[in-house]
Design a protein around this ligand. Structure first.
Ligand SMILES: Cc1cc2nc3c(=O)[nH]c(=O)nc-3n(C[C@H](O)[C@H](O)[C@H](O)COP(=O)(O)O)c2cc1C
Length: 311
């Protein structure tokens, strides 16, 4: 069997395969470098950074749920300065694109982060996290509102030439409306989904399982909803879509590619097995070979929805 071309281009970022790691589930890469050959990944998206370091929310902030997990980390991160001085020197040596996820409490934070990161060597693109459900200000509060989304993306677009990806929350009333607002304002790709606002209760103690009461649900439990949303968004915008939500195996990743995602991201699966993304890449490659495709691009958006002819 011949070779298969796994490469894709998303938001001017060339990747040798369509499998990225999702923000917040792979640290800043370095932590996992002994366990995984990072250079085999399509791209790395680092934990969302904010202007100043954040300690995140108090524990308990992770709880296992049926086929998934709830988290309320609350954007714990080292902050811009330490990220640039301590994390980038490792990241810029990688041979794969490094996408920096940024977050903030107000639009000005995102603008300043984008401005400062634009001058940093080795940053391949930005992912605007307007979808975190675990912070009081900013995050998802922006991403559920089309006007605020437009305004923020536009302001960031004005200060940077870096490839711009906007990460959406599934908690918006109509995710396609938010996607269109982001693209109209200059987003070059859309990634989705972030976690679903959710809650679990300890019935013996009659207390919430998480210190913050609510958290974000991820893992296989959300996959069918994520696939549906990616399918809808891929049909609503002209830019590439990065699909994620409960990808544990190559088969899950294929669902997203077939419904129209140009790339996928592995999240929660990394917490169980950091080599999961590598297995997903290998699985996609053998699927393509088995089905006689010469490039992964042939399969993107190849979903067949016309009814089968009756004989
Ligand atoms: C522990 C944890 C931390 C996360 N932190 C971030 C983050 O900092 N920024 C972000 O955009 N998404 C964050 N996410 C969301 C993931 O990137 C991803 O969008 C979501 O979990 C759905 O994919 P999955 O079901 O494969 O995990 C986090 C998810 C988890 C489980």
């Amino acid at each position: 069997m011949g070779e298969v071309d796994l490469s894709v281009e998303v938001a001017r970022i060339r990747m040798k395969n369509p499998v990225m790691v999702a923000s917040g589930t792979f640290g800043y890469g370095e932590e996992l470098a002994d366990l995984v050959d990072l250079n085999k990944l399509g791209a790395i998206v680092v934990k969302t950074i904010t202007l100043r370091p954040r300690l995140g929310n108090p524990p308990p902030r992770i709880v296992e749920t049926p086929s998934g997990m709830l988290n309320s980390i609350g954007l714990q991160n080292v902050g811009l300065e330490e990220f640039v001085s301590r994390k980038m020197p490792f990241l810029r040596k990688l041979e794969i694109p490094v996408i920096v996820s940024i977050g903030g409490e107000r639009p000005d934070d995102y603008v300043q982060l984008a401005q400062e990161l634009s001058g940093v060597e080795g940053v391949s693109g930005l992912e605007l996290n307007i979808s975190c459900p675990n912070v009081k200000r900013g995050g998802m509060a922006i991403g559920v509102d089309p006007e605020e989304t437009y305004e923020l993306v536009w302001r960031v677009r004005m200060v940077t030439n870096l490839p711009l990806i906007v990460k959406l929350t599934p908690n918006a009333a109509d995710v396609t409306e938010i996607a269109r607002a982001a693209v109209d304002a200059g987003a070059e790709a859309i990634s989705l989904v972030n976690t679903f606002l959710a809650m679990a209760v300890d019935v013996e103690r009659r207390r919430p399982m998480l210190s913050t009461i609510t958290g974000g649900l991820s893992g296989p439990a959300i996959r069918p909803i994520a696939v549906r949303m990616v399918w809808q968004v891929a049909q609503s915008v002209e830019v590439p879509v990065i699909g994620m939500g409960g990808i544990m195996s190559w088969r899950d990743a294929m669902e997203f590619l077939i419904v129209g995602a140009s790339a996928v991201a592995v999240g929660t699966a990394n917490l169980i097995d950091p080599t999961a993304p590598i297995k997903v890449i290998e699985g996609i490659e053998s699927y393509l070979k088995r089905h006689g495709f010469s490039s992964v691009r042939e399969v993107i958006g190849s979903l067949e929805t016309t009814p089968k002819k009756r004989r």
